[in-house]
Design a protein around this ligand. Structure first.
Ligand SMILES: [Zn+2]
Length: 384
């Protein structure tokens, strides 16, 4: 087909690997490693503790200096329970769209980067281009952290990073951070007619959840506000509660999960600190007066730092390359804040729409793939 984008075959190849986060991503990583080897490039793999997943880092050009990193995650969300019209791991082309799991989020970006490798090599750039492909992004930006720990102290730590999450090729300079925690409350069972000798874990949970709700209202009513976000303030939310066995039993156990999605400038720890002070002053003493072993424990589920891109020059450059005068803020998290934490300025710009991500019949407009190819062409033409 004459009008197929150059990266089409690589998109097909990458989508064919079922890299759902619970699976190993090594077959896909080996595929990319082999592809890069064919161009004489060495890949560094940074494995997880099980050895079944890996990040891949490769440098095109001088190995001793910073440069631009093109970054993406190799894992995808599950298709379980989703009603797909086609095989999610096989690209189906229809109406100028490519259907398949990961087409938008975010294997097409990785495919475009790989397709451009021979051209980048031929340009013999002074500024290296790095490829940074991670695992387990979808379960809390878990994988990239080990790679970034290694990069942090190196001579070739990238000086800028473009993260190709699906933004419809808009330049995204900021997103909220997220911190989520599970709370386990251990009380004491008793007959509900003798509630005074039991310690009701569900009621303790309710009071803690109500406190979190009061924090949510405070953010909503008093800010701080950043109108570029929707909603324009930090949110606090409880999404799951489990507890109790029967109405006539004082419940001895309750568990709930809550999250804070905060503006990049807000410190979510302050919320947890206020909550802990409330628990220590109001909740635990009353519980432990009846049952000294009563406890309230927190388990961190995930923490994704917010992104506030620190390099105006990088933002302007990305805008020029993407031919847009605007920047955007988005409501989903990326690995960008983690790059920023080790001093690598990051911006998010990639093909496809987040609206198609994570859904059955995920697709990418072929035009988005072409736009991304042009974006990478222009980006490398700006490097010396
Ligand atoms: Zn993604």
């Amino acid at each position: 087909m004459t009008d197929s984008p150059a990266s089409l075959q690589l998109i097909k190849d990458l989508v064919s690997f079922d890299t759902t986060s619970r699976n190993s991503n090594l077959k896909l990583i080996e595929f990319i490693k082999g592809y890069l080897e064919a161009y004489g490039l060495r890949s560094e793999l940074v494995f997880d503790a099980t050895g079944k997943k890996a990040n891949l880092f490769a440098t095109i050009g001088a190995p001793d200096r910073g440069g631009v990193a093109l970054s993406g995650h190799t894992d995808v969300v599950p298709v379980d329970g989703q009603d797909w019209n086609t095989d999610p791991y096989e690209i189906n082309e229809l109406d100028s769209r490519l259907y398949g799991r990961g087409t938008s989020d975010m294997k097409s970006f990785i495919a475009v980067c790989l397709a451009k490798v021979p051209e980048i090599i031929d340009m013999n750039l002074n500024t290296p281009v790095h490829l940074a492909f991670s695992y387990d992004e979808e379960i809390g930006c878990v994988g990239v952290r080990t790679l970034l720990t290694k990069l942090a102290s190196r001579d070739n730590k990238p000086t800028a990073c473009v993260i190709g999450e699906p933004t419809s090729m808009q330049v995204v300079r900021a997103h909220k951070g997220k911190i989520s925690r599970r709370c386990s409350i251990h009380g004491l069972e008793s007959h509900s007619g003798l509630a005074h000798i039991g310690v009701n874990a569900v009621e303790a949970a309710a009071e803690i959840i109500a406190f979190l709700k009061s924090e949510a209202r405070k953010f909503r009513d008093e800010g701080p506000f950043d109108e570029e976000f929707s909603p324009s303030y930090t949110t606090v939310h409880t999404g799951l509660v489990k507890g109790g066995t029967a109405l006539n039993i004082v419940p001895k156990f309750c568990e709930f999960e809550a999250e804070i999605r905060h503006l990049p400038g807000d410190d979510p720890q302050l919320v947890w600190d206020r909550l802990q002070a409330f628990i220590d002053a109001e909740i635990l003493p009353e519980m432990q007066a009846v049952f000294p072993q009563a406890s309230i424990d927190w388990h961190e589920i995930s923490t994704i730092p917010g992104l506030a891109s620190s390099d105006d020059g990088l933002i302007r450059l990305t805008q020029e390359i993407a031919s847009t005068s605007k920047t955007a803020c988005v409501s989903f998290g990326t690995e960008g804040g983690l790059f920023e934490e080790i001093g690598i300025p990051a911006v998010v710009c990639g093909p496809g729409s987040i609206e198609q991500a994570h859904k059955p019949n995920e697709f990418i407009e072929i035009d988005q793939v072409r736009q991304c190819e042009r974006f990478i062409d222009k980006l490398i033409s700006r490097l010396d």
